[in-house]
Ligand binder design. Structure first.
Ligand SMILES: NC(=O)c1ccc[n+]([C@@H]2O[C@H](COP(=O)([O-])OP(=O)(O)OC[C@H]3O[C@@H](n4cnc5c(N)ncnc54)[C@H](O)[C@@H]3O)[C@@H](O)[C@H]2O)c1
Length: 337
């Protein structure tokens, strides 16, 4: 992909960011990563991609990285929905105030292209028959957590910055899972796949929240999208912005396929060769029963679609977090005994 100038990637040492930087590197783009390494890992960056250790909200850091840039990919954020209930203002600072600082700096430096991480958390919970349909980008948003609200406001900032000359694409990722390599694996605990694999490894039962959701098997349904696919969506978004000035666009990044908690347990058991201990609990307030992407807009406009399924997500998450070693030792023990 030919481009004049480098791309500044914030949060490029993170879980999703590491996959994005790798994909943009393979596409031939020059990059500079800004990351404070609060949750990121420098070793995730390919050789030759410089890391500026600093914060997105620090104007001096931005002023050092933005001159001559072709565009920005913004992933750095406070990322925990439950954490945002405990500490909402940290999420507003990182996901709203820093987006305003970054957008102003981008425009001050004459840069006009921005790809930004958003989240399916902007959709929140719906009710009635709507709760089982796929989310489209034109749905009315009902974010439940402060995190979801901050992501929605971040999108609004980008939409309003069109008047100041910004072209942007916000990507609403659904549930990102899986990894390309060990160093790129997600080290945060939180998402269902990592909790399921943890339960499988330790034998401590996974809490399953609700068997009475209005879904086919009563457990909550999500759209698990592989980190490698999320990364290729960024390559497609960057290519689109380099093609034409666009205004502000928003796209879902998912597979369009819903998987229930019991589906995840079943596929994990198949991959790891043993059942996942779990215990049924009550539903969590505000937890959507069904969050699945309609992916027709991104397919139509960016020519992107996910290439990996739930099995690929779980298999790669298991292998890149050392789970296969456990399976192998189980097999070895089994063959010895
Ligand atoms: N992982 C998912 O399932 C998922 C789903 C939807 C949206 N997202 C969004 O994707 C983005 C990346 O998430 P992730 O899962 O890779 O999280 P992550 O914590 O692994 O990555 C975030 C990166 O940003 C860096 N960072 C955080 N605050 C910073 C700051 N103020 N200045 C500079 N660097 C900072 C961290 O060190 C880390 O490297 C976030 O915007 C998140 O909201 C993630």
């Amino acid at each position: 992909m030919g481009t004049r100038g480098h791309w500044v990637v914030t949060g490029g040492a993170g879980y999703v960011g590491g996959h994005v930087v790798r994909a943009l590197h393979r596409a031939g783009l020059d990059q500079v990563v800004i990351d404070d390494l609060s949750t990121g890992v420098a070793a995730r960056l390919p050789r030759g991609v410089p890391l500026v250790r600093g914060q997105v909200g620090d104007r001096d850091v931005l002023d050092a990285c933005l001159p001559g840039a072709a565009g920005v990919v913004h992933l750095a954020a406070q990322t925990s929905a439950p954490g945002s209930v405990r500490d909402p203002l940290a999420h507003y600072r990182a996901n709203v105030a820093d987006v305003v600082t970054l957008t102003s700096a981008i425009l001050d430096h004459g840069v006009d292209k921005l790809v930004a991480s958003s989240s399916a958390a902007v959709y929140g919970a719906t009710s009635g028959s709507a709760q089982l349909s796929r989310h489209t980008e034109t749905d009315v948003l009902h974010p439940q957590s402060p995190y979801g609200k901050t992501k929605m406001i971040g999108e609004m900032v980008l939409a309003d910055a069109v008047a100041s000359g910004l072209s942007s694409i916000a990507l609403r990722y659904f549930n990102v899972a899986g990894a390309a390599t060990e160093v790129l694996a997600d080290r945060k605990v939180g998402g269902l796949p990592s909790a399921v694999l943890q339960a499988r490894r330790t034998g401590r039962p996974l809490p399953v929240h609700g068997l009475d959701h209005p879904t086919p098997d009563g457990t909550a349904v999500r759209d698990y999208v592989h980190a490698v696919d999320v990364a290729s969506a960024h390559v497609a978004a960057v290519a689109r912005l380099m093609d034409a000035a666009l205004g502000a666009s928003v796209y879902n990044v998912g597979t369009g396929v819903g998987s229930s908690v019991l589906d995840v347990l079943r596929v994990t058991a198949e991959i790891t060769g043993g059942p996942v201990p779990h215990k049924i609990h009550g539903r969590r307030p505000g937890d959507p029963s069904h969050a699945v992407a309609d992916v027709s807009a991104i397919a139509r406009d960016l020519g992107w679609r996910a290439r990996h399924d739930l099995g690929d997500c779980l298999q790669s998450a298991w292998e890149t977090t050392g789970g296969h070693l456990l399976s192998r030792s189980h097999r070895t023990l089994a063959s010895v005994s």
